[in-house]
Design a protein around this ligand. Sequence first.
Ligand code: IMP
Length: 204
Amino acid sequence: MRVLIASSNKGKLRDFSAAANVHGVEVELLPDFSSIATVIEDGATFEVNARKKSEHYSRFAAGELVVADDSGLEVDAIGGAPGVRSARYAAEGDNGHENSADRANNEKLLRELSEVPDDKRTGRFVCVISVARDGREVASFRGSAEGVILRETRGSGGFGYDPLFYFPALDKTFAELTPEEKSKVSHRGAAFRKFLNWCDMRER
Ligand code: IMP
């Protein structure tokens, strides 16, 4: 089985490939993805933004199922921020829609949480996968992963907030996991497995 993914984020693509490999599924970047105009992700929820992306990009692959995700980190002590604005967290205030570098985002998060005690630094990664065909969403799936935000980065794998996201069950941050290990416990892996189950049901 082949799945077309619409994303320019290399970290996400690596995660999707790892989650798919475990199930013998191949993921491919949507053909000509880089030449397609991007979507403004101004929705208030992960669901709305994921849908905007899948519906938009599926118009460029007639008849195919196209998968897009919207994801982010929700930290309880700061009201669920950065949430849907995770990619552009550090750039907020200057340019609302430009993404900021992972390092700047992590530094901002650490600043915002500097006064928050260890037992209140809980949060979760959320991923919503939307599947669309010919400009219409046909299904969506949500996955999440609960963790704790550290006071300094640990590990060099992954992307985004992974080096600050400590996953207690494995006693490691997501940046200390291989892509395959991460896919088994991550929000993106969980949402992707729901998507694969849905594909299985359709084929029966
Ligand atoms: P978007 O879904 O393209 O709007 O961006 C999601 C943003 O959330 C990324 O740029 C990261 O900052 C963050 N994020 C989402 N998933 C992960 C993950 O698996 N690890 C680390 N950061 C993530």
